[in-house]
Design a protein around this ligand. Structure first.
Ligand code: ATP
Ligand code: MG
Length: 464
């Protein structure tokens, strides 16, 4: 990362840090000309919130990923603001534009049209009442308010604990975050094991930031990742769903996946998929997961929309197909076997990560269409094309093909060509396929054979 290093080196070559009275002597405070953050790079809504809080007499800082990414020359995903104003006081400043949310961490959301700026109040030291932990050390409530100096220690990584002060545009660093940023290093603030016990999600945040920023995870921060994965099993499935989306829609999903596998954390997120990966042969089903992640990463980088259902469909496709085989060999009809397999797999998965209904029904649709898209003759082609999940299902055939199911090439190319034609030509094209109707679908082998040797499974078990 030579560009990044050059940028950060600029801070250190600047004049000696200015230490003001209000921060601990160990804090580094870089004045506006000593760091590379320009207000032009900060989102206007976030700036407005900072200025309004300042005008109302409060301290207000930009903190977290926004500051980190600006220093690295990256485009921040969002801008987090922290203040000494209590949530109710923030509400007083922004009135009806402000909504207070969250129980575990009370936060203010300030609305600007469709955009929301999140404002948190400094977290403080425990008074034994407002911060609650469960038996495992997990924080279940953390609404103790304090000062910036106290807030620092509640943050996760040193590079996420840099504060940009709106009063004088200086940058405050209590934890050597700038040095870690310069070294390209993720270091948890405080004792890593304690911090992971407090909030196990920090483990997958470490993996996400390491992949996204290309940073190393410092040795003491890294070691527990191999040992504490089980703690993730206690995190609510709703929060895990959100985290999974952040992990795999980060634009570096493939790298995140490899790292999660490296630390044996992937099994805590997708146990059914992980069990198959452990027994994989001939690159199945690993290759499908990889192709799905590659495709998602490309879309994120091109700023195209990404749908969580697509990834869930890809991760759970093999587990679903394996169960479907079992149900088929137990004598269920193809349709019943398919629906039973969908239910089994989704029911198992939601124990780890919730899948909101709107997405699970899309997962089912994408799977179902895998069996329906081969039956495309005559008017069926147009009906299938009009299905709201057609595009995702077509892309899904694309990743199965890329993952090694070469028998799907003809089907994929046909649908590609179909979509390029005008409506009249589409009808003629779909009528040409008529002779295929009599073609016997290839049978899947029985469930107890080696699942991963099969190369094609199209066209059997039609669902409609
Ligand atoms: P990005 O927005 O790019 O995903 P981020 O670092 O801004 O990265 P957020 O989830 O937006 O991540 O959180 C904002 C800040 O809040 C973090 O930088 C960190 O300081 C703090 N934070 C978030 N989650 C945690 C956590 N689980 N434990 C401790 N601090 C956290
Ligand atoms: Mg953020």
């Amino acid at each position: 990362m030579p560009g990044i290093l050059k940028k950060i080196t600029r801070f250190f070559s600047a004049t000696a840090p200015l230490v003001t009275a209000e921060v601990k002597p160990s804090a580094l405070r870089l004045s506006r000309d000593q760091h590379g953050i320009s207000r032009k790079a900060i989102d206007n809504s976030a700036l407005d919130v900072l200025y309004d809080l300042k005008r109302a007499g409060y301290e207000a800082y930009l903190v977290g990923g926004g500051v980190r990414d600006l220093l690295l020359g990256l485009e921040p995903k969002d801008f987090d603001i922290v203040t000494n104003a209590k949530p109710e006081q923030v509400k007083d400043v922004f009135k009806h534009r402000c909504q207070l949310i969250g129980r575990r961490f009370r936060l203010a959301h300030v609305r600007f049209g469709r955009q929301i700026v999140e404002v948190a109040t400094f977290r403080g030291e425990d008074d034994g009442k407002e911060r609650q932990q469960d038996q495992t050390g997990r924080l279940i409530r953390d609404n103790v308010y304090g000062t910036l100096e106290e807030d620092v220690w509640r943050r996760d990584f040193t590079v996420n604990a840099l504060y940009y002060d709106i009063r004088d545009f200086s940058l405050v660093d209590h934890v050597n975050g700038l040095a870690d940023l310069k070294a390209g290093q993720l270091r948890l603030i405080g004792d890593p094991s304690t911090r992971y016990h407090e909030d196990p999600v920090r483990m997958i945040r470490a993996v996400r930031f390491a992949a996204k920023l290309g940073f190393n995870i410092e040795a003491q921060t890294e070691k527990p990742l191999f040992e504490l994965g089980r703690l993730l099993l206690d995190v609510s499935n709703a929060r895990m769903f959100d985290e999974v989306i952040k992990l795999f829609h980060s634009g570096v999903g493939l790298e995140v996946f490899e790292k999660l596998r490296h630390y044996d954390l992937f099994k805590c997120l997708f146990p059914l998929t992980d069990a198959l990966l452990a027994s994989e042969q001939e690159h199945f089903p690993r290759q499908l997961v990889i192709e799905a992640l590659k495709s998602t990463d490309n879309r994120v980088r091109e700023d195209k929309p990404v749908n969580p259902a697509f990834l869930f469909a890809a991760f759970l496709w093999e587990p679903m197909m394996q169960r479907r085989d079992l149900h088929l060999s137990a004598g269920l009809s193809p349709q019943d076997a398919f629906f039973a397999a969908c239910n089994d797999v989704i029911e198992q998965q939601v124990k780890r990560t919730a899948i909101p209904k709107r997405f699970s029904s899309q997962v089912r649709d994408i799977w179902n269409l895998q069996f329906r898209l081969p039956k495309r003759f005559g008017p069926k082609a147009a009906q299938l094309r009009a299905h709201p999940r057609f595009r995702a299902a077509y892309d899904f055939i694309g990743i199965r093909l890329a993952a090694g199911e070469s028998e799907l090439a003809e089907l994929f190319n046909w649908w590609t060509e179909y979509q390029e034609k005008d409506p009249v030509a589409q009808v003629a094209f779909a009528n040409e396929i008529r002779p295929m109707r009599d073609k016997k679908p290839r049978k899947r082998k029985p469930a107890n054979r080696n699942l991963f040797r099969r190369k094609s499974r199209d066209a059997d078990g039609e669902m409609d």
